[in-house]
Design a protein around this ligand. Structure first.
Ligand code: 5GP
Length: 186
């Protein structure tokens, strides 16, 4: 019997999810982050084995063939996948947090119906749009694609057990910590 529980956290890009997640992990040092494999390039400051395992397309395909993923999905022309064995091992030690998008979240839920799904939402659609546009690096057609994806992701929130609004990162993290503390008592 696993010692920990599985928590899946999703939220549209631009919602400030990584800041919130960092505060959640700081608030509960016993929480373990599931490190995904991805074919996308590392961004500045991202560390191999901490934020992601950065792999080639060939390596990713090999992992699919070996049935190494609890789930995987393509997103923005790159693959992302949750290594199954890693999640198993971590659950033996305690709670595990998965930061994955809704398609992956629902696929994990099929295999692990006991997982708790938490959706981080922007304070408003206008705010999310402002944040997505504010990323600066993007051409208009890319922004349009991101907005469309964000809209679809927001529509999925009803399928989550909890929706927390990221108005202020610490307050949002505190709500998530509260949900985890509640699960500890179950
Ligand atoms: P980013 O490239 O910004 O780090 O992540 C893009 C999206 O991929 C985010 O919504 C993130 O939650 C999602 N993601 C990260 N790892 C995984 C994974 O292992 N599986 C799935 N399905 N999505 C993931």
């Amino acid at each position: 019997m696993a010692k920990g529980k599985l928590f899946i956290i999703s939220g549209a890009s631009g919602v400030g999810k990584s800041t919130v997640l960092k505060k959640v992990m700081d608030g509960r040092p016993d929480l373990q982050f599931s490190v995904s494999a991805t074919t996308r390039a590392a961004r500045p400051g991202e560390q191999e084995g901490v934020h992601y395992y950065f792999v080639t397309h060939e390596q990713f395909q090999k992992m699919i063939a070996e049935d190494a993923f609890l789930e995987y999905d393509a997103h923005n022309k790159n693959y992302y996948g949750t290594p199954a064995q890693q999640v198993e091992d971590k659950l033996q030690k305690g709670h595990v947090i998965l930061d994955i998008e809704p398609v992956g979240a629902f696929n994990v839920q099929k295999k692990r119906p006991d997982a708790t799904l938490i959706f981080i939402e922007a304070p408003s659609w206008e705010e999310l749009e402002r944040r997505l546009r504010g990323r600066g690096d993007t051409a208009e057609d890319q922004i349009a694609m991101r907005l469309e994806r964000a809209k679809w992701e927001m529509e999925q929130k009803e399928k989550y057990h909890y929706v927390v609004v990221n108005d202020q990162a610490q307050a949002c993290a505190d709500q998530i910590l509260h949900i985890i503390a509640q699960a500890d008592m179950e």
